[in-house]
Design a protein. Structure first.
Length: 325
């Protein structure tokens, strides 16, 4: 794959969990049937790509056999119809390479990969890590998982300039950031940067030719909203009329807002996994199941926000399907 192959709407899905998966003594927790159903449904609806096994995908709490079970179900279900990127982030280079090679042999198209995070990586450490993985796994595309809270790394402008020289680094999953134009400039356009769904409209409008892809975890609360956003942006790029895009983007913002607690990014990062999975379970599109230990406890006000967000997105998904927005 190249950066030119990264286009449209890329869904992020959880790793569906069986009942009892929140126990410390749980084994074989992956609901492979629900995994296959969700991926089949996403492909049928027209998703452009699928990202897995990041934060809400619980890569930090899955055992290696569970990762293998999930990756096998995902790749075998997709059957090459859309790109499947699997998360292979670990605490060290050797384990990451071992898992990435296994995923490559399985047939995964790429990896969603963050730098090591036990110790905060220096710039040289982080860049060399991605170089080493690319050299060891030449057939795997790399989507850099730019989560500053999870990986304790700044993902600065100079970092993007350096990793853009690695051919396998073709895209990046980004949080909301005002620096995307500068990142495009220093990378020479060699990395297709993907903003989050509710930031996509403004980013795509600012640079319609380059910013042509976005990611969404909200898609696991109902993907039709994101299908509509992608298609409306494509139409707006042709006509210059962005009013329909703006209406939908504003509605998405309102549906997602209750998910974020009053404590801001640090508090959200603490409860990220349980927040996301709880809202998905409430929305009802995917059976995300329980959250695996130890990230399976949250105070009531945190869960209340997730419930409101899940219900709001489910309603928005229905309104989009009915043509009401």
């Amino acid at each position: 794959m190249t950066a030119a192959d990264v286009d449209g709407f890329w869904a992020i899905i959880p790793t569906p969990a069986k009942e009892g998966a929140d126990r410390w003594d749980a084994t074989d927790t992956v609901d492979v049937d629900e995994t296959a159903r969700a991926i089949e449904d996403l492909i049928a609806k027209g998703v452009n790509g699928i990202l897995t096994m990041g934060t809400l995908g619980e890569a930090s709490t899955l055992t290696w056999p569970e990762k293998q079970a999930f990756m096998t179900a995902a790749v075998e279900t997709a059957r090459g119809r859309v790109p499947i990127f699997v998360g292979t982030s670990t605490l060290n280079t050797r384990d990451t390479i071992e898992q990435t090679r296994w995923a490559s042999d399985l047939g995964a198209d790429g990896t969603m990969l963050g730098p090591p995070f036990w110790c905060q990586a220096s710039m040289d450490m982080a860049v060399q890590y991605f170089k080493d993985v690319a050299q060891a796994c030449p057939d795997m595309a790399i989507a850099i998982y730019a989560n500053m809270q999870a990986f304790k790394f700044a993902f600065s402008i100079p970092f993007w300039a350096r990793v853009s020289q690695i051919p396998q680094v073709i895209t990046a999953k980004l949080p909301p950031t005002p620096q995307m134009s500068a990142m495009k400039l220093v990378s020479g356009g060699r990395i297709r940067f993907m903003p989050i769904d509710n930031e996509y409209a403004s980013v795509a409008r600012s640079d319609p030719e380059f910013f042509s892809a976005f990611w969404s975890s909200s898609a696991s609360c109902g993907p039709d909203v994101c299908i509509a956003l992608r298609d409306r942006v494509i139409e707006a790029k042709k006509t210059g009329d962005w009013s329909a895009v703006t209406r939908l983007s504003d509605a998405m913002e309102l549906a997602v807002a209750p998910l974020f607690p009053a404590g801001g990014p640090p508090e959200f990062a603490t409860y990220n996994i349980i927040l996301e999975k709880h809202r998905m379970n409430v929305a009802g599109w995917i059976k995300a199941g329980p959250t695996r230990a130890p990230y399976n406890h949250a105070p009531p006000h945190i869960l209340e926000g997730a419930e409101k967000s899940g219900a709001a997105w489910a309603k928005l998904n229905k309104d989009v399907l009915a043509g009401n927005i």
